[in-house]
Ligand binder design. Sequence first.
Ligand SMILES: [Zn+2]
Ligand SMILES: [Zn+2]
Length: 65
Amino acid sequence: MDNNEVWFDFAGDDKCEDCRGWDGVDSRCDCGNRRVYWDCEKGNGCKCKDRVETAECEHAYAVAD
Ligand SMILES: [Zn+2]
Ligand SMILES: [Zn+2]
């Protein structure tokens, strides 16, 4: 039992079944139904778009496509 796991809520989880969320690292959510990634609510104008680690941006949020 790993108690260190952190699950993020993400937009577009309506097709998930028995899903705890997204771990922020894998390309899939917990149940595997959705591909989840970090995006930035400020969009292309944000400074984080020039970096690899969008997750570190203060405006980052998790979204599924
Ligand atoms: Zn899921
Ligand atoms: Zn950003």
